[in-house]
Design a protein around this ligand. Structure first.
Ligand code: GLN
Length: 307
């Protein structure tokens, strides 16, 4: 298959869509990003990459980082983690408080904000503090991305902390139900730093190969998750990776994937490749407008979907 030709076609066909949607503005530092940008990279089993657009441009991976933290947490806690966070789609916005109250402080899944904050709390308890937990997430991300220099953007993390009322509320609500172990501000600050990791589509696509290949990075041969754990992460990405638009995403794209409000989406074609796409303008669910369309075009043109 001529992947480069397909990516070039996708870029061309979506030019008229780049001005649609809205850049995330509830995090002021993200509101400054030029919305009309686009990049897409696929990485194959042998590490071969095909890209289009601004694939060397770094962007804030935001909620895509929830997959990384969750991968570490299931490896440590195994089934006991599911006492603190569920595995059902939420059908609600990623930062909704309502469901959390009804369900006694147990978030529906690890990819909505409340669930991801619980995962960070669990990592902090295990590793003995905010700094140690963040270091582990960073080390893991550096390892899978092949970029030992990978950083988080302190400006974005600080900007989000200055507008953190809703995420702090989610954390306090969970604490009131006894589903919280560490200091609320410490955990949420660490969560924001993790969300502020910056990557290019080249790096992100490379990083997610372990999920496309049953938990083992096919390039280094290193096993990060066992087969059963990788299956579960992929299942959650398919059912919960796009919040209340997860069903629609599965319907149109048909791949396990995770989005972030920085405009990135990462998707996995099991046993074949991982794909990263980035375009900052979001649809009403907080998922990249052009990114979603690009992935839909990709699976339509290549026939590569899990269905
Ligand atoms: N850091 C963002 C938040 O907590 C992540 C949300 C997202 O990417 N959907 O609101």
């Amino acid at each position: 298959m001529d992947y480069q030709k397909i990516l070039n076609e996708i870029e061309e066909e979506l030019k008229g869509e780049l001005s649609k949607g809205k850049v995330a503005d509830y995090i002021p530092a993200l509101a400054e990003v030029d919305g009309d940008q686009f990049a897409m990279t696929i990485t194959l089993e042998n590490g071969e990459q095909f890209s289009v657009g601004k694939y060397k441009e770094e962007f804030s991976i935001q909620s895509i980082s929830k997959v990384l933290a969750f991968s570490l947490a299931i490896d440590i806690y195994s089934k006991s983690l599911y006492k603190r966070v569920g595995v059902e789609p939420s059908g609600n916005a990623f930062n909704s408080l309502v469901q959390l109250e009804y369900e006694h402080g147990i978030p529906r899944n690890p990819f909505i904000n409340a669930g991801a904050i619980v995962v960070v709390d669990a990592l902090m308890s295990h590793f003995g503090g905010d700094y140690a937990a963040l270091e582990k997430v960073m080390t893991f991300t550096r390892e899978i991305s092949g970029n030992p220099e990978l950083k988080f953007d302190t400006v974005v993390a600080t900007s989000e902390m200055e507008h953190a009322s809703r995420n702090l509320s989610l954390a306090h609500l969970m604490k009131s139900f006894g589903n919280f172990e560490n200091d609320v501000t410490d955990v949420v600050t660490t969560y924001f730093k993790q969300c502020a990791i910056v990557m290019t589509t080249e790096e992100l696509s490379r990083a997610m190969l372990y999920l496309a290949f049953k938990g083992t990075d096919p390039i280094s041969g290193k096993q990060f998750l066992n087969e059963a754990q990788a299956k579960r992460v992929n299942a959650l990405m398919l059912t919960c990776g796009h919040y209340d638009a997860s069903g629609e995403f599965a319907f149109h794209v048909g791949l396990p994937a995770k989005s972030g409000v920085g405009g990135g989406i990462v998707a996995v074609v099991p046993n074949v490749m991982s794909i990263a796409v980035w375009s900052p303008r979001l649809n009403k669910y907080g998922n990249s407008h052009v990114g979603t369309l690009a992935l839909e075009l990709f699976t339509t043109k290549t026939g590569l979907s899990i269905f």
